[in-house]
Design a protein around this ligand. Structure first.
Ligand code: NAD
Length: 523
């Protein structure tokens, strides 16, 4: 069986099916809204478990809207979940890989069957607009199917090896490690949780999944689909609750053999140190970015303007791949900025379940306050060209809405140009050559995504040769540095953006969850 992307929205646009997309999404909204306010358990050893307290999952569009109540699990539940995963490991590791592949394929089909409900729920839970929420759901489905496909292509990672001696028979096998901790972020609450979980569990490990506290609902839905698909008791366990208690308890548990973490650099480094402090164990961290784009003197501004704006402001800049720095050739700067400001002013901010809205709210109050502090700093040390304010009037009053913001004139080493901000904030600077643009692009501790706009193929080649980031694009109008697709653009961070050097949705991802054993006997 091959691999096809789910591509729901793209297919709808090609087939004239956009109105149908929206009517299905509308119906799904009604269905999911009818279930708001329920209490959800965590899942340990296949059983529903209730902790001593719960927390409310509120919509960032309207903080009075409670989507559900989730368990405030702590160290006790995390410990029980690890024990359950440890008990389930021997049988699951011995389960034929083809059976594991079948279960995950069924899981992907189950997610696909409810994708409009999942997208509608996601818009409420983390504020993604309709198309972006569906892209996240599609990516989750794609990741599960892609890893199943790779497992099959690699025939379960077993091969015969050579014979040094005539009577020698040797094989190489990749085998799972044991229990993995899977810690996921809010911004791709289904895709990243699904991808990391599949990587760990499809390869024969068992796992404890801990989602971000802002997006527990998506993880519960993922768990339920994979269970319904046939995952046995204890193979996957789900605990919700604060990172500093339940997350840290997973990281610190000596029975956890591997850790996969996607999130901020700060927490990633903390977890890395805590996890490997006493014992060398596999850790995969996928961290932040400070993603640059060059608009060369040979750029087509008709592509560069939408590409940069959509890259910077898609999901309110809350993508690890968000475009955050632009190095534009001085000769084009004025025209580029004029186009960019106009385009940005045209982006509609509002309730992300509204079909005409492009940008929903920020995820939480902390992000909202950070945005305001960054804007104050930008006004002090540079020039705000567009945006720069929180939106508080009328329907905006109960959510975390802000305006997409473009800033010019910050000094080269300013902290706003070095730190990942994770809000809709784009900085522009003029450069005099491609070399300068590349040097400034590379002058970051991060190395996740990067892009260039140029119509000159030699410039493109030169750029690809020298740019130091994991995912690089030329002339991407849909988002200068964003929107990697499973099976097409493996997603990987260099430098402080990641540790493993193997991309999610790529050919080598699964290897990270496996250890080689060579088996030799003599006849
Ligand atoms: P975060 O670091 O705040 O949280 C990530 C996860 O870690 C959450 O589940 C959180 O509860 C948990 N956590 C918090 N403290 C912990 C602790 N002490 N021990 C263990 N776990 C703990 O990140 P976020 O705000 O949810 O996500 C945004 C970040 O994720 C950004 O930096 C973004 O760039 C990054 N990200 C990277 C990629 C990538 O592929 N490189 C993809 C998406 C997001």
């Amino acid at each position: 069986m091959g691999f096809d992307n789910e591509a729901t929205y793209l297919r709808a646009t090609h087939a004239g099916g956009v109105p149908g997309f929206h009517s299905q999404y509308d119906k799904a909204l009604e269905r999911v809204e009818a279930e708001f306010g329920e209490t959800h358990p965590v899942y340990i050893d296949g059983k529903e478990v209730h902790a001593s307290s719960t927390f409310a999952d509120r919509s960032p569009s309207d903080t009075e809207r409670v989507l559900g109540h989730f368990q405030q699990a702590g160290r006790d539940e995390a410990g029980r979940a690890v024990k359950a995963a440890l008990r389930a490991f021997p049988d699951w590791a011995e389960t034929d890989w083809r059976e594991r592949v079948d279960i995950f394929r069924r899981g992907a089909d189950l997610l696909s069957g409810q994708k409009f409900d999942l997208a509608a729920l996601m818009s409420h839970e983390n504020g993604k607009n309709r198309a972006e929420a569906m892209a996240d759901v599609d990516e989750a489905i794609d990741l599960v199917r892609w890893y199943a496909h790779v497992m099959e292509e690699e025939a379960g990672f077993e091969q015969e090896m050579g014979r040094y001696l005539e009577n020698e028979r040797s094989r190489s096998l990749l085998k799972p490690y044991g229990v993995w901790g899977v810690i996921s972020p809010f911004n791709f609450p289904l895709a990243i949780a699904a991808g990391m979980t599949t990587g760990a569990v499809l390869t024969g490990n068992t796992a404890v999944l801990k989602p971000a506290s802002d997006t527990p609902f998506m993880a519960v839905r993922l768990y339920q689909a994979l269970r319904e698909a046939g995952l046995p008791d204890g193979v996957l366990n789900l605990v919700t609750g604060p990172g500093r208690s339940v997350g840290a308890a997973i990281v610190e548990n000596p029975d956890v053999s591997g850790l996969i973490f996607t999130g901020s650099r700060e927490v990633g480094l903390l977890s890395f140190r805590a996890f490997t402090g006493d014992f060398p164990k596999p850790v995969i961290t996928e961290l932040g970015g400070k993603n640059p784009v060059i608009v060369s003197e040979h750029a087509d501004l008709g592509k560069a303007v939408p590409g940069v704006a959509l890259g910077a402001f898609g999901y309110g800049g809350q993508k690890c791949s968000a475009t955050s720095r632009v190095y534009v050739h001085r000769t084009l700067k004025e025209d580029f900025l004029q186009g960019l400001v106009e385009f940005t002013e045209g982006l509609r901010v509002g309730d992300p379940t509204d079909p005409d809205v492009y940008m929903g709210p920020l995820i939480n109050e902390k992000a909202y306050r950070k945005y305001q502090a960054y804007v104050d700093l930008a006004r002090q040390d540079g020039t705000v060209l567009v945006g720069g304010q929180a939106l508080t009037e009328g329907p905006f009053g109960r959510g975390y809405f802000v305006a997409p913001t473009v800033v010019d004139g910050l000094p080269e080493d300013h902290r706003l140009l070095r730190e990942e901000l994770f809000v809709p904030f784009l900085d522009v600077a003029a450069v005099d050559s491609l070399e300068e643009g590349i040097a400034r692009s590379n002058g970051s501790e991060y190395g996740l995504t990067a892009g260039i706009f140029t119509e000159d193929p030699e410039e493109r080649v030169e750029y690809f040769r020298k740019v130091r980031a994991g995912v690089v694009y030329a002339n991407r109008e849909q988002g200068a540095t964003t929107g990697a697709v499973i099976g097409t653009q493996p997603f990987v961070g260099w430098k402080h953006s990641g540790i493993s050097g193997k991309g999610a949705g790529g050919l080598y991802y699964l290897l990270q969850f496996l250890q080689e054993q060579s088996q030799t006997y003599y006849v």
